[in-house]
Write a protein that binds this ligand. Structure first.
Ligand SMILES: Cc1cc2nc3c(=O)[nH]c(=O)nc-3n(C[C@H](O)[C@H](O)[C@H](O)COP(=O)(O)OP(=O)(O)OC[C@H]3O[C@@H](n4cnc5c(N)ncnc54)[C@H](O)[C@@H]3O)c2cc1C
Length: 362
């Protein structure tokens, strides 16, 4: 007997990952997205795609960190299984601060120490003095005299990943419909297929408590800059990061603003992001600004993800917030269990919320 058809709404990060997993399991998969195949309107297109559970642990719950650890282990194999190359590195990350912001460095370190106590075997970090910082990342401006080094953290190229997932999914027979916005209500008779809602912020009509958290990033080509790993600058007003991608490309981000405003990057944010990058490395002065992008992160009230059943045949996966790339291997594997086995030990292990956080109107 052939397997039941699967319909996926949204071809962003989680929609594409699921489409490929489902078609590999032998399901007949159809995907609808409201945008073109480049999905420029998705969070996944704009993201920096850092995989940084330890750095994120200073402001997140332990179950998200656990999913991030799982993700760091799963991504290399997931990427190897794709036909097209996707930039991935696990070269650690650095946290730096100006000497007059030493209290921020101390606070961050004390938070890391707490996380380390919960995950002693998984998390390492090292406090670096200037000499050690020179060995690891010598190009950082000499005014930065201390740093925290988190050697296990990683990152990938979001757009190469989106392309590679799409190409393999199409080759294996997934049918994509672009420029096709859908609501759950558009699918009346769900008795012969399963529907999985992966529309991120586009699911707002059926997920009342979903909100967008605005983030702005700038992509710069900077041939004079040779930073090797993501660097976070702790700053009282504008904490930023620089994520070096392939071919001298740098993603400088990201603001975090409680607003669903999706309009262009503001002058203030551009000034803050670029001057912070320049303060870390003067080589950014001659860089070329390739893009400035603003996009909202799909977020639920507690900033944690859900994999929930709307009914026996309709599922919703959402709330990936600022951690989509970091936690999506865990979300994907848990979702595959929930959708096709009706229960998931992984979802339990990671305390992934399965109840709808709202009254649904589908
Ligand atoms: C500035 C920024 C920086 C980030 N940095 C990181 C980072 O460093 N590390 C990390 O792990 N995460 C990061 N993220 C978070 C990550 O991008 C998101 O968590 C992730 O993309 C969410 O995946 P998703 O598939 O749920 O939603 P999306 O990727 O937004 O995809 C949703 C898709 O649904 C489609 N859609 C919407 N409405 C409809 C409709 N009605 N019908 C059909 N299709 C529809 C959209 O077009 C879109 O393609 C960042 C996000 C932003 C905005």
């Amino acid at each position: 007997m052939s397997k039941e058809p699967i319909i996926i709404l949204g071809a962003g990060l989680i929609g594409r990952l699921l489409a490929l997993s489902c078609v590999k399991e032998g399901y007949q998969v159809t995907v609808y997205d409201q945008g073109a195949s480049s999905v420029k309107g998705s969070a996944a297109y704009t993201a920096a795609a850092m995989l940084a559970p330890l750095a994120e642990s200073v402001a997140t719950e332990n179950n998200i960190i656990e999913m991030g650890i799982y993700g760091l282990k799963r991504w290399p194999d997931m990427i190897k299984s794709l036909s097209k190359p996707v930039f991935f590195q696990q070269n650690g990350s650095l946290i730096v601060w100006h000497s007059h912001d030493q209290s921020l460095g101390k606070h961050f370190q004390s938070q890391l120490t707490k996380t380390q106590a919960s995950f002693p075997s998984e998390f390492l970090y090292e406090k670096l003095d200037r000499a050690k910082l020179n060995q690891i990342e010598g190009e950082i401006d000499h005014r930065f005299r201390e740093a925290l080094y988190l050697p296990n953290e990683g990152q990938l190229d979001n757009r190469e990943l989106l392309d590679a997932l799409l190409e393999d999914a199409v080759r294996l027979g997934v049918q994509f419909y672009w420029e096709s916005p859908k609501e759950i209500n558009d699918f009346k008779d769900t008795s012969y297929f399963k529907l999985i809602d992966c529309r991120g912020l586009g699911a707002k009509k059926s997920l009342e408590t979903l909100r967008g958290v605005r983030g702005e990033v700038i992509r710069v080509f900077a041939p004079e800059v040779n930073l090797k790993r993501p660097i976070r600058l702790l700053h009282p007003r504008y904490p930023i990061y620089i994520a070096p991608k392939d071919k001298q490309m740098f993603v400088i981000g990201a603001t975090e603003i409680e607003s669903e405003d999706n309009s262009e990057v503001s002058v203030r944010s551009a000034l803050e992001l670029l001057s912070a990058a320049f303060s870390l490395h003067s080589g950014f002065a001659e860089g070329r600004i390739l893009e400035m992008n603003a996009q909202c992160r799909p977020s639920l009230p507690n900033n944690a993800p859900i994999i929930a059943k709307i009914n026996e045949r309709i599922f919703t996966i959402n709330g990936l917030y600022r951690h989509g790339f970091m936690i999506s291997p865990a979300i994907l594997d848990a979702a595959m269990e929930m959708i096709f086995k009706n229960q998931s030990t992984l979802a339990q292990q990671f305390s992934i919320e399965s109840a709808l956080p709202y009254a649904s109107h589908h």
